[in-house]
Write a protein that binds this ligand. Structure first.
Ligand code: ADE
Length: 240
């Protein structure tokens, strides 16, 4: 997958994406990230990329032309088409199912805003999708882009080892929260590992994990339970 990033701080996102699973994906050639800085496309001695908002008020607004030139350069760098995704608090809330859909694309073009945002005419005229990573305001879209890149990268074929397989993660398959996990030592001052996990009985272990997922989801995110298709035994666990 190729990811092009329009940002005033592309190095910041590249740093975030340089570690762990995403770093490994880049090393193996499964993912490439290309930064495009609108400042490189701005005119004048000051290479200005922002200006005061019409109508007054605090903050600055990112200007259309430097952004547009950076977007155009990014698009021209590769023949694969890409929809332009703008990261902003006004966007559609990101979910694992959106991540899965993005992960299937050949190329992503991510636009990060700063300050009060970007001139609305650019959003209306150039942006295909707007995504938010949650109901809080960041000082720019870069961390949101890093979140999207991480979530999408780990779903690329060949990125995860068996050991960190994505299939059992929270929100995967049935939309439930993940079950608890334990490793050595078996006995610890903070408690013992649940007996069933040491039993070697894989069917019982799977049942236990499923039950834990359900109980945890009911306790922490009951909103997610409604969408999960539950069998009769699972319903009984929740009724007990
Ligand atoms: N930029 C600023 N805040 C953001 C958020 N919550 N999600 C995506 N981009 C943002």
């Amino acid at each position: 997958m190729r990811i092009d990033l329009i940002s005033l701080f592309p190095e910041f996102v590249a740093q975030c994406a340089g570690f762990g699973v995403v770093g490994r994906a880049q090393e193996r050639g499964l993912l490439s990230i290309h930064g495009w800085n609108p400042r490189d496309y701005a005119e004048g001695n000051y290479r200005r990329v922002d200006d005061r908002p019409f109508g007054g008020g605090p903050g600055m607004v990112m200007m259309i032309d430097p952004l547009r030139a950076a977007i155009r350069a990014a698009r021209a760098a590769d023949p694969a088409p890409a929809r332009l995704i703008y990261l902003s608090p006004q966007g559609r809330p990101l979910t694992q199912s959106i991540v899965r859909e993005l992960a299937g694309r050949e190329r992503l073009l991510l636009l990060c805003g700063r300050y009060e945002g970007v001139d609305e005419r650019l959003v209306a005229g150039e942006v295909d999708e707007e995504l938010s990573i949650g109901d809080y305001v960041l000082s720019g879209g870069e961390l949101a882009a890093a979140v999207v890149i991480d979530a999408v990268a780990r779903l690329q074929d060949g990125v995860l080892n068996d050991a960190d397989s994505a299939a059992q993660d929270s929100f995967e398959a049935d939309g439930l929260l993940d079950c608890p996990h334990y490793t050595r030592p078996v006995e610890h001052a903070l408690g013992a590992v649940p007996e069933v996990l040491l039993s070697g009985n894989h069917a019982e272990i799977a049942r236990w994990r499923r039950r834990q997922s359900l109980l945890r989801t009911r306790e922490r995110r009951p909103d997610l339970l409604a969408a999960a298709g539950l069998g009769p035994e699972e319903r009984r666990w929740l009724d007990a």
